[in-house]
Every structure is written in C-alpha cells, then in structure tokens.
Design a protein around this ligand. Structure first.
Ligand code: NA7
Length: 539
C-alpha cells in the first residue's frame, strides 16, 4: 500500500449522527484536519437508518438537539416530540449551517482499523479498499448500529415484503389493503403498530414481552412559543446536564415510602400528565432499588392501560397483573394511541411468549402451536446487538492484532466509557459503560465530545504522541459499572441493557447507572488530574 496515496487527517470520525456532526464542527473549529466516514448516504446516524413508519423521538424539544446557537437560533420544530422527517430536515439544516458535507465521505464503510505505536497513527481500511491514516480515531457509531434478527428458518423464503426496522426502504412500504405483521414490541414495534394499525387491512402484532409504555402527550408547538423560549435555551442546555437522564428534570429526593398513598398517586398523576420521560427518570428516588416503590409505579401504570383497552384478555396481555419485569428496567416507549389500536377489529395481538415463532414460510409466520399466520408484509422490529455490538462490528484490532470481539468475549472492558486499553488515541461516544441507554442522546454526546476535544487539545499542546487507558484503570471502571448495576433492579430484566436479547451474548449491564451529572463530574476529574488512568507517551 502506498502511504502517500491515502487520506491523512488529524482526526477520523466514524459515523455522521449527532456525535459525528458535533465533533466535526468542534474539532474543525479548533484547527484540526477532520473527516467523517459514514456508511450511509446522509447525515443523521441512527435517525437515517431507522426510517420505519412512525419513527419518532421520545425526548421532547428543545432538549433533543445540539446546543449550538448557530443551529438552534433559527431552527424550529413542529411537534413536541419530533418525527423522523423533521429529524432528517434538522440534520440537513445542520449541514447547511455548519457546512458538514465537505468533510464527510458517505457510502464509506470501515472494515478494519488498527493503531501503530511506532508511527502513532491509526490505519483505517474501508470497504472500497482505501486507507485513512489518522492520529485520532473517534468511533461515533451509536448504540444501535448492529441489528439483531432471530435466526428463524425459512426467513428468505417469505414471498411478501420483509424488512428489519433499521434497514427500511426510504420510500416506505404501503400497507393499505394488505395483511401486515409487526414482530417485536420494543420502542420500534410500538411505533410501527401505531402507524400501520391505521392503514393496513389486517395487522398482527407478535408480542413476546409487553412494552410498559408511557403516555407521550404529543402536541404541536407553535413557532412563536418556541421563539419566545429561546431566551432561556442556553440555560436549558446547561440544566439538561444536571438531570440523571440528561433531561431538565430528575428524580425527586423522596423515596416511595415517604409519600402517603394519596400523595404518591397525585405525584404519579402529575408525572403522567407531563407525558415525557419524567415517569421514568423523574420519579421516586428509590424506584430502581426498592421493589415496593417499583410495584407502586407498575400498578399505577397498569390501571392507566386497562382504562383504555376494551377486551380484558387483550388488556391482560398488554398489562398483566404480574409485572413481566420491574417497572422501567426495560426501555419504556412513549406512546400516543398505541393501546387504542388494540380495540380495532383489524388489529390482532398474538403473544409469542409461550408460543414462539418457529419459522417463516412463503405465506407467513408459523408459531409453535403449528398455526400459520398468513401475511403480505412483515416488519421485523427485533432490535439490536445493542451498545457493544456497534463497535465490535467495526473490526477494531488492538496493537497486537486481537479483535475487540475476542477481547470482550467475557464482558466489555472500557475506561470511563470513552477509551479501551490496547486502542490508543481512540475515543468513542454513546457506547458501552457510559450512561448511554439512560440518557437523552445530545446531552451525553456533548459532554463526552467536549471532553474528547479538550483531551486532544491538551495532548497536542504537550507534544503527546499517544495516550492509552491503563489496564488496571479499565478493570476498576468495569467493576464500578457492574457494582452500580448490582445495587439496582435492572439486572432482573431480560433487556438489551443487559445484553439479554441476543442469544449467546454475555449477560451484563452495558451502561453506567449513576446518571449523567455523576458521570460528567467523574470524567472531568480524571482530565483535571492530568488524565489519570492513562499512560502518556511523548513524541
Ligand atoms: P428492542 O427494544 O430490543 O425490541 C425488540 C423487540 O423484539 C422486543 O419486543 C423483543 O421481545 C422482540 N423480539 C426479539 N426477538 C424475538 C423473537 N425471537 N420473537 C419475538 N419477539 C422477539 O428494539 P427496538 O428497535 O424496539 O428499540 C431499540 C431502542 O432504540 C429503543 O429502546 C430506543 O432506545 C431506541 P423481548 O422484549 O426480548 O421479549
């Protein structure tokens, strides 16, 4: 390979979602030569890929956007919880304002990357046979880049249309007059169901575990209202870094048993009416530590669902008397009219908990009881090899040539949820062992990205060739992440947080559970203490 013929940059970012966009802008502004490699065809990252019907964000405005005034000053949304198209428009607008595309290579899939300690450079290969040499590599691949599809026999024999939700055709699928199926009831399955129940001739929803959905309280937000609020946007963007989940609200100080029953119900009713994630991460202090408090939230939630679903058998499947898992320990979806869909004669709920899908045939889906559910279109909403899968998928090798997949076979090991021992000068965002799954994306992404920019600037100022997370520091962090989780109810749920959704994947909490403010403080302290936990090698 001819070194001179290849691309040379200071920083290579992989992925053009929120992180990639923000980091490109900040690092370019700091004077670095930066490029983004993006596998897809446009900006948006996870929002570009997940263009399935009804896709919508569960964080409300303005917390789900970048804090860059050059973007937010003249940008307004239509709805409190923006839909997919608006998010696409937002990313186009970011590109227009920040001139991102001149430093972004689309359709560029990273197939391998390895750091060379002699040269102090990353050598990154792409599917089209090109190489990029960069001092810093920033995987900004999100937590949901590797889709998970169960290995049902006969999948390829299906005669109708079938798509995984994260690989949806951009020009959508028309289900009018057709028999459609949705497999999976995670956030994605819920959103597709809401959409398709309104247009399909028949819709069958295959549910293994009910989603304990929270009321969204969607509304249109007039432009004037948004513009009036912009005087406090800077304040709001600071405030969102003080909430456990990266929102402007957070858990209250009181535990469940410090409320009378009446007070607790009134409190939950207020959260419910708010209609955002406050019912999830703005509620009782001990909801994820104390089963009694947790059950109180579950019972409140269950009553809300039962008020909306007419058929008691269906209601029991959607909101069973015995909780399928502790409340909130799997990601709840925000819903608009999900439960009402099951009152329609064309919508059928099939529980596959004790009667699993065993195969796919040319005409449809077969369950263990031998029944063939005939359909024309299938949405496979079965989720992702979440959090750890995205980076493993990139084929990263440490300096000795070990694949990240092998290094993590007994569990992920990272330092601060930002670096990995054996991978010098590599920093990732929104990935394993950070508050990833428990935080509003843009909040955590900005905290981590600002940290990365500062580290790179400090290294350049001090003439550092590379830094590498120390193995013992990494072990301590991994233990810390595990200990935090063990104090909570989260390990009791078979969730993607726990890696439990993918057969054979190591069961462990993939994310940091002490919340965004504690995380921010910890990573800042390490930086201020002279990059504690890292080995620094000078030029
Ligand atoms: P999720 O949340 O992982 O949901 C996947 C769904 O698919 C979930 O309901 C699974 O049931 C179901 N599933 C998985 N395998 C099967 C099989 N074999 N049979 C039937 N059903 C199955 O993915 P999403 O795309 O909805 O959401 C991912 C995240 O993106 C979301 O949390 C937000 O943060 C945004 P299970 O619950 O495992 O029983």
């Amino acid at each position: 390979e001819n070194y001179a013929d290849n691309l040379h940059v200071d920083v290579l970012i992989v992925g053009a979602g929120f992180s990639g966009v923000y980091l490109l802008h900040k690092l370019r502004g700091a004077g670095f030569k930066v490029k983004i490699f993006e596998a897809g065809t446009a900006f948006g990252g996870t929002w570009r890929w997940n263009c399935y019907p009804g896709a919508r964000v569960d964080s409300d405005l303005p917390v789900y956007e970048l804090s860059l005034p050059e973007v937010w000053k003249n940008w307004t949304w239509k709805e409190r919880f923006p839909g997919w198209q608006e998010l696409q428009d937002y990313f186009d607008y970011c590109d227009h304002k920040l001139d991102l595309h001149k430093d972004t290579a689309f359709n560029t899939v990273v197939t391998e990357a390895q750091f060379d300690k002699k040269t102090g450079l990353w050598n990154v290969k792409t599917a089209d046979g090109r190489h990029c040499f960069a001092k810093y590599l920033l995987p900004c691949v999100g937590f949901a880049a590797k889709r998970y599809i169960p290995d049902w026999p006969g999948l390829e024999t299906f005669e109708g249309e079938i798509h995984h939700s994260s690989f949806w055709p951009v020009d959508d699928v028309d289900v009018a007059g057709k028999r459609a199926a949705v497999i999976g009831t995670g956030s994605t399955g819920v959103q597709i169901t809401q959409e398709w129940a309104k247009s399909a001739k028949e819709l069958t929803v295959f549910q293994r575990t009910p989603n304990l959905c929270i009321h969204m309280a969607q509304r249109n937000v007039p432009m004037k209202e948004q513009n009036n609020k912009k005087v406090i946007y800077d304040e709001l963007f600071k405030k969102r870094e003080t909430g456990f989940g990266g929102f402007t609200f957070t858990f209250v100080e009181k535990k469940g048993d410090e409320f009378t029953e009446e007070e607790a119900n009134a409190f939950m009713e207020t959260l419910w009416t708010n209609g955002d994630f406050s019912f999830w991460v703005g509620t009782f202090a001990d909801i994820y530590e104390n089963m009694k408090t947790n059950k109180m939230a579950y019972d409140f939630w269950r009553k809300k669902v039962w008020e909306r679903v007419k058929d008691p058998k269906t209601a029991e499947l959607l909101a069973p008397e015995v909780p399928p898992h502790p409340w909130g320990c799997k990601r709840p979806s925000l819903e608009q009219d999900y439960y009402e869909q099951f009152n329609k004669p064309n919508v059928h709920l099939v529980s596959v908990k004790n009667n699993p899908i065993v195969r796919v045939e040319p005409k449809g889906v077969v369950t263990a009881d031998g029944k063939l559910h005939e359909v024309d279109v299938i949405a496979v909403a079965t989720g992702f090899d979440a959090v750890t899968g995205s980076m493993i998928n990139m084929n990263l090798h440490d300096a000795q040539g070990h694949h990240l997949k092998d290094l993590w076979k007994d569990g992920a090991r990272t330092y601060l949820g930002l670096s990995i021992h054996g991978f010098p000068n590599m920093f990732y965002t929104y990935g394993p062992q950070a508050p990833t799954a428990f935080s509003n994306g843009p909040t955590l992404i900005e905290i981590q990205s600002n940290w990365i920019v500062e580290v790179i600037q400090q290294m350049e100022k001090n003439n550092v060739k590379y830094i590498e997370a120390k193995e013992e520091a990494q072990n301590e962090w991994a233990d810390h992440v595990r200990e935090l989780a063990d104090k909570t109810l989260f390990p009791l749920a078979d969730s993607w947080y726990m890696g439990a959704n993918v057969p054979g994947k190591k069961r462990e909490m993939t994310c940091y559970l002490k919340g965004v403010p504690a995380y921010k403080q910890t990573i800042r302290e390490k930086l201020e203490e002279g990059l504690k936990g890292y080995e620094l090698v000078k030029n």
